[in-house]
Design a protein around this ligand. Structure first.
Ligand code: AP5
Ligand code: MG
Length: 193
């Protein structure tokens, strides 16, 4: 199995590049943001609870997202590997993920961190908010999402750096150019493992 974390601040291109990676490497995509938005749209109990946090750009509590991930991993025993998008977002989530994967005799191979200047992140998300209308793509909530990232999520990169699994990727190039850098990083990691 090959397990990858696609990491980066809101708007850095995690969802966009996940699609390219899935196509190229046939990995199973697990996006906690997508799972939570699905719960919100179906108005489940979990969705109604999560919405209070998402609408304010705050992280949903660790125990909620960790519970969702465990089920997704168990549902896909025959996969070639997972791509985690938007998870883990706190050190507690990272510890829980490592433990869950160890329970399936596997582990994280690589964390790719998409590096994009803050002004570009804001511009991308405001543009998407105008076009497709994700309800958290407005100026006030974007600022809060970026602040949460700095306060709670950046530490996840340090956590995996200590395991020598962090690779930084320039994320402010065109979508195909950034994907080219991702491919190089994945291919050289796959050769090494
Ligand atoms: P989540 O859905 O994970 O959102 P996010 O991290 O805020 O990031 P986005 O999905 O907005 O951006 P992205 O990096 O995927 O970029 P994208 O490819 O879309 O989380 C939403 C909320 O759910 C959180 O705030 C939290 O409340 C909750 N949540 C989720 N996971 C959680 C967890 N683990 N723990 C706790 N709470 C959790 O690209 C953005 C835009 O830029 C697009 O329009 C795209 O077309 C464009 N774009 C992409 N690449 C380029 C490029 N190279 N050049 C120009 N434009 C580009
Ligand atoms: Mg996304």
């Amino acid at each position: 199995m090959f397990n990858l974390i696609l990491f980066g601040p809101p708007g850095s291109g995690k969802g966009t590049q996940s699609e390219n990676i899935i196509r190229a490497y046939q990995l199973t995509h697990i996006s906690t943001g997508d799972i939570l938005r699905d719960e919100v749209s179906r108005q489940t109990a979990l969705g109604l609870e999560a919405r209070k946090y998402m609408d304010n750009g705050r992280l949903v509590p660790d125990e909620v997202v960790i519970g969702m991930i465990g089920a997704k991993i168990s549902e896909n025993p025959d996969t070639r590997g997972f791509i985690f998008d938007g998870f883990p977002r706190t050190e507690a989530q990272a510890v829980a993920l490592d433990r869950l994967l160890a329970g399936h005799q596997t582990s994280i191979d690589l964390l790719l961190s998409l590096e994009v200047p803050e002004a570009e992140l804001k511009e991308r998300l405001l543009k998407r908010g105008r076009i497709s209308g994700r309800s958290d793509d407005n100026e006030a909530v974007i600022a809060k999402r970026i602040a949460e990232y700095k306060e709670k999520t950046e530490a996840v990169a340090t956590y995996y750096d200590k395991q020598s699994k962090l690779k930084r990727i320039q994320g402010d190039l065109s979508i195909p150019e950034t994907f080219g850098l991702i491919r190089e990083a994945v291919d050289s990691c796959k050769k090494a493992v």
